[in-house]
Design a protein around this ligand. Structure first.
Ligand code: ATP
Ligand code: MG
Length: 504
C-alpha cells in the first residue's frame, strides 16, 4: 500500500501542491527520497528516521521510499519533513484514521519529533490560499500573523508529531490563534514606534523637490535627482519614506514573505521597505539570482522604495537589468533547473551628480569637465533608463538662511498623499496607482480634453518625446490632479507634469 500526504512546494513565491507518497516494504533498512529533491530535502532522511525512532515507530528492516510528486519541480528546503513522518506513521499503522487530502502538512522535524518553523513557512502559507486545500498543519512562528489567514484557510498549529497524531485522531484541537493577535500587535507597535528621525520639516528650502517627491509618493512615480555635491539629494531621498502611506496588512505580508525567501529576517511591519544598495553591489544581489534563485534588492524593495545613490556609478549592465522589473513590477530569473518570478514593484529614486566634477550647470562653481567627459558620464545611465524615470529633478544649493517653522511637516504631506491614493483606489479596481494602471483604463476613467491632447502633442514634438514619455506625463498629470482633489485632468496638472519631465 502507499500513503499519500499533501504538502506545499515553493518556486519563488509561487506555491504548488506536493503529494508526498510513502511506500514501506520489507528489505534492508533504508530511506530513499525521489522527485528532484535538493540537498536539504535529501537530508530529511536522517531527521525523519531519528524522529520516527523517538516516536517509537519501528522501521527496522524496512525500506522507505518517498516520492515527491510532481517530479518535474525541484523541491527545496525542509518543508516536507512533517508530511514524510506522517506518511510513514500511517504506513506502519501508527495512525489508523485516513489522512485527509484537503489538508497540507508543512514544517521541519527535529530529531526528537518537535516540529520547527523554517524560512519559507510564510510564503507557503500565502500560497496555500490559492491551492485546493482547506487546512494547513504547521508549526508556530511568532513572526506570522496567523489571524490574517483565518477566513481563508484553517491553520492548525502544532508543536510536535504527537500533537499531529492526536489531532488527526480527533482527540484534541490545537490552535494558538488566541496568542497570535497579541504577539502581532506587540510587533506592530514595536515597529510603528520607530519615528523617522528625518522629517521634511527639517529640510531647508527645496520646495520644488519636496513637491516632486510628494507627487512621486502619491502616484508611485520614479524620480531622478541630479545636483552638485552636498545639495541634499541623499537627504531628500532618505526623508522620502516619511511621507509614504503605511502598507495594508496583506501587502506587508507579501513583503515579509520576500524577506523570508531572501533569508533576511524582519518582523511584521506595515512600514514600506526602503533599500539603498551600494553602487559596488553585484548585479545578482540587486536583481536577484544565484543557483537557488533568491530575491534581490529590487524585490526586497517591493511595495517600497529602491534608492540608487550615485546612480551613474552602478554598472550599465545592472541598470539595464532594471528595465523589465520597472515595466512589469516583477522580475523573472531563469536558471537551468528552474525559472522563478519575484514581485518587485517599487518606487525608484536615483541620485547623481550632473558630471564627474559635480558642478555642470551650477551657479556657484565652475565645471571643469571636458565635453567628452560630460558625454561619457551622461551615457552611463542609458537612454531606456532615463525614459523609465517619470520625474527628472534638478537641484541647486539652497539659501540656508531660512526658518524651519515655515516648512511643512512630513505628516502634513503624508496626509495629502494618502488622500490622493484613496482617489486612485476609488477609481481603479484592484491594486493600481496612476503609474501602473493600464493607460487605456486611466483614460477611460478620466479622459483628456482635445485642447489638453493638442498641448501634449505640441510639447512632445518640441522635446522629441517618445510615446513612453508622453504616457508618463499623462500619468503624472493624473496624480497632480488627484492631489488637487480634481476628478478631471486640470490644465495646470499637465503644465506641471511637462515641467517635471523637462528639468534636465
Ligand atoms: N536643504 C537642506 N537642509 C538641511 N540640511 C541640508 C540641506 N542640504 C544639505 N544639507 C546637509 O548637508 C548634508 C549633505 O547633504 P546630502 O548628503 O544629501 O548631499 P548630496 O546632494 O547627496 O551630496 P553628494 O552628491 O555628495 O552625495 C546633509 O547631511 C545635511 O546635513
Ligand atoms: Mg549623496
Amino acid at each position: 500500500m502507499t500513503s499519500r500526504v499533501c504538502s506545499i512546494g515553493l518556486n519563488g513565491m509561487e506555491g504548488y501542491l506536493v503529494q508526498v507518497e510513502i511506500h514501506v516494504s520489507e528489505a534492508t533498512e533504508t530511506m530513499v527520497i525521489v522527485g528532484l529533491p535538493d540537498a536539504s530535502v535529501k537530508e530529511a532522511k536522517e531527521r525523519v528516521l531519528s524522529a520516527l525512532h523517538t516516536l517509537e515507530c519501528d522501521v527496522t528492516d524496512q525500506k522507505i521510499v518517498v516520492n515527491l510528486s510532481p517530479a518535474e519541480h525541484k523541491k527545496i528546503g525542509p518543508l516536507f519533513d512533517l508530511a514524510m513522518v506522517i506518511g510513514v506513521l500511517k504506513e506502519r499503522g501508527y495512525i489508523l484514521v485516513d489522512i485527509p487530502q484537503d489538508t497540507a502538512f508543512i514544517g521541519a522535524i527535529s530529531l526528537d519529533g518537535k516540529i520547527n518553523t523554517i524560512d519559507g513557512i510564510l510564503p507557503a502559507l500565502i500560497a496555500a490560499k490559492k491551492l485546493p486545500i482547506n487546512k494547513l498543519i504547521l508549526p508556530y512562528d511568532e513572526r506570522i500573523p496567523y489571524d490574517l489567514f483565518e477566513d481563508k484557510i484553517e491553520c492548525i498549529i502544532v508543536d510536535n508529531a504527537h500533537e499531529v497524531i492526536s489531532y488527526l485522531e480527533g482527540q484534541q484541537t490545537f490552535s494558538q490563534f488566541t496568542q497570535t493577535p497579541l504577539t502581532r500587535k506587540k510587533q506592530i507597535s514595536k515597529n510603528d514606534s520607530i519615528n523617522f528621525s528625518k522629517d521634511f520639516q527639517s529640510i531647508i528650502g527645496h520646495k520644488q523637490a519636496k513637491r516632486a517627491l510628494e507627487i512621486a509618493a502619491a502616484g508611485e512615480h520614479h524620480i531622478l535627482m541630479t545636483g552638485p555635491p552636498g545639495c541634499g539629494k541623499s537627504l531628500l531621498s532618505e526623508t522620502f519614506p516619511s511621507i509614504l502611506p503605511d502598507l495594508s496588512r496583506e501587502k506587508a505580508l507579501e513583503v515579509m514573505a520576500l524577506y523570508q525567501l531572501a533569508k533576511e529576517s524582519n518582523a511584521f511591519t506595515t512600514q514600506p521597505p526602503y533599500r539603498n544598495p551600494h553602487h559596488s553591489a553585484s548585479a545578482i544581489s540587486i536583481i536577484g539570482g544565484g543557483s537557488n534563485p533568491k530575491p534581490g534588492e529590487i524585490s526586497l524593495a517591493h511595495q517600497g522604495v529602491l534608492f540608487l545613490d550615485e546612480m551613474s556609478e552602478f554598472t550599465k549592465k545592472t541598470l539595464d537589468m532594471l528595465r523589465q522589473p520597472l515595466e512589469s513590477g516583477k522580475v523573472t530569473i531563469s536558471r537551468v533547473q528552474s525559472t522563478v518570478t519575484y514581485m518587485s514593484k517599487f518606487i525608484l529614486i536615483g541620485a547623481m551628480n550632473p558630471c564627474p566634477c559635480g558642478y555642470d550647470g551650477s551657479s556657484t562653481k565652475m565645471c571643469t569637465c571636458t565635453p567628452k567627459q560630460l558625454t561619457q558620464y551622461k551615457n552611463r545611465v542609458s537612454g531606456p533608463i532615463y525614459d523609465r524615470m517619470d520625474i527628472l529633478l534638478r537641484l541647486n544649493p539652497v539659501n540656508m538662511n531660512q526658518n524651519f517653522s515655515e516648512n511643512e511637516s512630513s505628516q502634513m504631506i503624508k496626509n495629502r498623499v494618502i488622500a490622493a491614493r484613496k482617489q486612485q483606489a476609488a477609481r481603479y479596481s484592484g491594486d493600481y496607482t496612476n503609474s501602473n494602471i493600464p493607460l487605456e483604463h486611466l483614460l477611460q476613467t478620466s479622459p483628456l480634453t482635445s485642447d489638453q491632447l493638442n498641448f501634449l502633442q505640441k510639447k512632445s514634438i518640441e522635446q522629441h518625446w517618445c510615446n513612453r514619455i508622453q504616457t508618463k506625463i499623462i500619468r503624472l498629470a493624473r496624480t497632480i490632479s488627484d492631489l488637487a482633489d480634481s476628478s478631471n485632468f486640470t490644465d495646470e496638472s499637465l503644465i506641471e507634469a511637462v515641467k517635471l519631465r523637462q528639468v534636465l
